[in-house]
Design a protein around this ligand. Structure first.
Ligand code: HEM
Length: 146
Protein backbone atom coordinates (compact mmCIF):
# COMPACT_ATOMS: atom_id res chain seq x y z
CA UNK A 1 0.00 0.00 0.00
CA UNK A 2 1.32 3.44 -0.96
CA UNK A 3 4.56 1.93 -2.23
CA UNK A 4 6.52 4.14 -4.57
CA UNK A 5 8.91 3.15 -7.25
CA UNK A 6 11.79 5.50 -7.95
CA UNK A 7 13.71 5.99 -11.16
CA UNK A 8 16.96 7.91 -11.07
CA UNK A 9 17.74 10.22 -13.97
CA UNK A 10 21.28 10.84 -15.23
CA UNK A 11 21.45 14.23 -13.41
CA UNK A 12 20.71 12.63 -10.04
CA UNK A 13 17.09 13.73 -9.90
CA UNK A 14 14.89 10.95 -8.60
CA UNK A 15 11.35 10.86 -9.92
CA UNK A 16 8.71 8.92 -8.06
CA UNK A 17 5.33 7.81 -9.32
CA UNK A 18 3.57 10.11 -6.84
CA UNK A 19 3.53 13.87 -7.47
CA UNK A 20 6.39 14.50 -5.01
CA UNK A 21 9.80 14.91 -6.60
CA UNK A 22 12.73 13.44 -4.74
CA UNK A 23 16.23 14.83 -5.09
CA UNK A 24 19.52 13.34 -4.00
CA UNK A 25 21.91 15.49 -1.93
CA UNK A 26 24.29 15.35 -4.87
CA UNK A 27 21.72 17.02 -7.13
CA UNK A 28 20.74 19.58 -4.47
CA UNK A 29 24.40 20.48 -3.91
CA UNK A 30 24.76 21.60 -7.54
CA UNK A 31 22.17 24.39 -6.99
CA UNK A 32 24.53 26.53 -4.94
CA UNK A 33 24.84 29.71 -6.99
CA UNK A 34 23.14 33.09 -6.58
CA UNK A 35 21.30 32.53 -9.86
CA UNK A 36 20.20 29.04 -8.86
CA UNK A 37 19.82 28.56 -5.12
CA UNK A 38 18.26 25.57 -3.41
CA UNK A 39 17.98 24.88 0.31
CA UNK A 40 16.92 21.92 2.39
CA UNK A 41 14.77 22.58 5.46
CA UNK A 42 13.32 19.60 7.34
CA UNK A 43 14.02 17.25 4.42
CA UNK A 44 12.10 19.48 2.00
CA UNK A 45 13.80 21.11 -0.96
CA UNK A 46 13.22 24.80 -1.72
CA UNK A 47 14.23 26.81 -4.77
CA UNK A 48 14.75 30.24 -3.19
CA UNK A 49 16.52 31.91 -6.14
CA UNK A 50 13.89 34.64 -6.52
CA UNK A 51 13.56 35.08 -2.74
CA UNK A 52 17.21 35.95 -2.07
CA UNK A 53 16.78 39.72 -2.43
CA UNK A 54 13.49 39.73 -0.52
CA UNK A 55 14.79 37.85 2.53
CA UNK A 56 14.53 40.17 5.59
CA UNK A 57 17.65 38.53 7.06
CA UNK A 58 19.70 39.32 3.94
CA UNK A 59 20.81 37.18 1.02
CA UNK A 60 24.27 36.40 2.43
CA UNK A 61 22.93 34.05 5.10
CA UNK A 62 20.93 32.17 2.49
CA UNK A 63 23.85 31.94 0.07
CA UNK A 64 26.03 30.52 2.86
CA UNK A 65 23.63 27.58 3.06
CA UNK A 66 23.03 27.26 -0.69
CA UNK A 67 22.82 23.68 -1.89
CA UNK A 68 22.89 22.37 1.67
CA UNK A 69 20.73 21.56 4.68
CA UNK A 70 19.75 24.83 6.37
CA UNK A 71 17.36 23.31 8.92
CA UNK A 72 19.50 24.16 11.94
CA UNK A 73 20.21 27.77 10.97
CA UNK A 74 16.58 28.28 9.98
CA UNK A 75 15.40 27.03 13.39
CA UNK A 76 18.15 28.88 15.31
CA UNK A 77 16.79 32.20 14.07
CA UNK A 78 13.32 31.32 15.38
CA UNK A 79 11.45 32.24 12.20
CA UNK A 80 7.82 33.31 12.56
CA UNK A 81 4.80 31.30 11.40
CA UNK A 82 4.55 33.72 8.46
CA UNK A 83 8.10 32.81 7.44
CA UNK A 84 7.24 29.08 7.68
CA UNK A 85 4.16 29.59 5.52
CA UNK A 86 6.27 31.44 2.96
CA UNK A 87 8.36 28.31 2.48
CA UNK A 88 5.47 26.55 0.72
CA UNK A 89 5.72 28.73 -2.39
CA UNK A 90 9.34 27.76 -2.97
CA UNK A 91 8.90 24.01 -2.49
CA UNK A 92 10.22 21.94 -5.37
CA UNK A 93 10.45 18.51 -3.78
CA UNK A 94 11.88 16.41 -0.98
CA UNK A 95 15.22 14.87 -0.09
CA UNK A 96 15.50 11.31 -1.31
CA UNK A 97 14.77 8.78 1.46
CA UNK A 98 18.30 7.30 1.29
CA UNK A 99 19.85 10.75 1.84
CA UNK A 100 17.76 11.83 4.81
CA UNK A 101 19.66 12.30 8.03
CA UNK A 102 18.77 10.19 11.02
CA UNK A 103 17.53 12.66 13.62
CA UNK A 104 19.58 11.38 16.54
CA UNK A 105 20.17 14.87 17.94
CA UNK A 106 16.47 15.21 18.66
CA UNK A 107 16.43 11.81 20.41
CA UNK A 108 19.35 12.82 22.61
CA UNK A 109 17.65 16.10 23.40
CA UNK A 110 14.46 14.35 24.48
CA UNK A 111 16.38 11.82 26.61
CA UNK A 112 18.49 14.49 28.28
CA UNK A 113 15.56 16.74 29.06
CA UNK A 114 13.68 13.70 30.43
CA UNK A 115 16.57 12.92 32.76
CA UNK A 116 16.72 16.52 33.93
CA UNK A 117 13.04 16.65 34.78
CA UNK A 118 13.07 13.32 36.68
CA UNK A 119 16.09 14.57 38.67
CA UNK A 120 14.26 17.73 39.75
CA UNK A 121 11.17 15.67 40.48
CA UNK A 122 12.83 13.93 43.43
CA UNK A 123 15.29 16.65 44.44
CA UNK A 124 12.72 19.37 45.16
CA UNK A 125 10.53 17.25 47.53
CA UNK A 126 13.66 15.95 49.35
CA UNK A 127 14.95 19.50 49.78
CA UNK A 128 11.55 20.70 50.98
CA UNK A 129 11.37 17.82 53.50
CA UNK A 130 14.87 18.62 54.82
CA UNK A 131 14.04 22.31 55.26
CA UNK A 132 10.77 21.44 56.95
CA UNK A 133 12.56 18.97 59.27
CA UNK A 134 15.13 21.58 60.31
CA UNK A 135 12.43 24.17 60.95
CA UNK A 136 10.47 21.70 63.05
CA UNK A 137 13.57 20.80 65.08
CA UNK A 138 14.43 24.45 65.63
CA UNK A 139 10.87 25.20 66.69
CA UNK A 140 10.65 22.32 69.20
CA UNK A 141 14.08 23.18 70.70
CA UNK A 142 12.98 26.81 71.07
CA UNK A 143 9.87 25.74 72.96
CA UNK A 144 11.81 23.30 75.22
CA UNK A 145 14.32 25.99 76.25
CA UNK A 146 11.64 28.56 77.11
C1 HEM B 1 13.52 29.88 2.39
C2 HEM B 1 13.80 29.95 3.65
C3 HEM B 1 13.58 31.18 4.47
C4 HEM B 1 12.49 32.00 4.54
C5 HEM B 1 11.18 31.88 3.78
C6 HEM B 1 12.82 33.05 5.50
C7 HEM B 1 11.99 34.10 5.83
C8 HEM B 1 12.29 35.06 6.75
C9 HEM B 1 11.38 36.07 7.21
C10 HEM B 1 9.93 36.26 6.74
C11 HEM B 1 12.03 36.82 8.12
C12 HEM B 1 11.45 38.02 8.95
C13 HEM B 1 11.27 37.59 10.39
C14 HEM B 1 10.26 36.48 10.53
O1 HEM B 1 9.11 36.63 10.05
O2 HEM B 1 10.63 35.44 11.14
C15 HEM B 1 13.37 36.32 8.22
C16 HEM B 1 14.36 36.84 9.02
C17 HEM B 1 15.61 36.33 9.14
N1 HEM B 1 16.07 35.15 8.59
FE1 HEM B 1 15.10 34.01 7.29
N2 HEM B 1 14.09 32.84 5.98
C18 HEM B 1 14.57 31.70 5.40
C19 HEM B 1 15.79 31.09 5.61
C20 HEM B 1 16.73 31.56 6.46
C21 HEM B 1 17.98 30.91 6.76
C22 HEM B 1 18.42 29.56 6.17
C23 HEM B 1 18.65 31.70 7.63
C24 HEM B 1 19.97 31.52 8.28
C25 HEM B 1 21.01 31.02 7.71
C26 HEM B 1 17.83 32.86 7.89
C27 HEM B 1 18.18 33.90 8.70
C28 HEM B 1 17.38 34.97 9.00
C29 HEM B 1 17.78 36.09 9.84
C30 HEM B 1 19.16 36.26 10.49
C31 HEM B 1 16.67 36.91 9.92
C32 HEM B 1 16.60 38.25 10.67
C33 HEM B 1 16.04 38.04 12.03
C34 HEM B 1 15.88 39.34 12.74
O3 HEM B 1 16.34 40.37 12.27
O4 HEM B 1 15.23 39.30 13.80
N3 HEM B 1 16.66 32.73 7.17
N4 HEM B 1 13.50 35.24 7.39
Amino acid sequence: MGEETHAEKANGEVVSESSVKYYTLEEIKSHNMCKDTWLVIHDKVYDITCFLEEHPGGEEVLLEQAGADATESFEDVGHSIDAREMLEQYLVGEVHMDDRRKDCTQDTFITTSGEASSWTMWFIPVLAAAVFGLMYRYYTLEQQSS
